[in-house]
Design a protein around this ligand. Structure first.
Ligand code: CMP
Length: 140
């Protein structure tokens, strides 16, 4: 499997609890390399655009409000099989269903305040990376 990139967000519940380093260490320990990283406070428009695929879902407005409730850290992660590896180390969306040792089992507070986002496919990873980063900001 060739080296692949995926997109990650450390969400406001995690930055609020000063867990940026702890979460990043779990990503790195899983074999992922942070090749771009920026701490930002998303605008409502940015969050709505990022989650546009979910706009018909009943949780959309709450999700957007949560994602702009504090700073987030947007990251590009690189490694072998990075999309799947990141999803494995994140654990299930709902921390109640997440495996022991995953980021969400260890740190998440709820299905909404679930500490991290990760791309669900290589195709979406490319779209999500381009939403936040210029090519020259990614240094592998
Ligand atoms: P994320 O990977 O960022 O993608 C969409 C997010 O919606 C998801 O993580 C959850 O944090 C959030 N969310 C909130 N409520 C729900 C729900 N009922 N089902 C699925 N996702 C939800």
């Amino acid at each position: 499997m060739a080296t692949e990139r995926t997109f990650s967000i450390i969400k406001p519940d995690a930055t609020r609890r000063n867990l940026t380093g702890a979460v990043t260490k779990m990503l790195e320990d899983a074999g992922l390399r942070v090749v771009a990283s920026r701490r930002i406070h998303m605008t409502r428009e940015q969050a709505e655009g990022f989650y546009a695929v979910h706009k018909e879902r009943p949780f959309f407005n709450d999700l957007v409000s949560f994602m702009i409730s504090g700073p987030v850290v947007v990251q590009v992660l690189e490694g072998e099989n990075a999309v799947a590896k990141n999803r494995e180390v994140m654990g299930a969306t709902n921390p109640a269903n997440a495996e022991e040792g995953t980021i969400r089992k260890t740190h998440a507070e709820s299905i909404e305040a679930n500490s991290v986002h990760g791309s669900d496919s290589a195709e979406n990873a490319a779209i999500e990376i381009a939403y936040f980063f210029k090519p020259e900001e990614i240094v592998g």
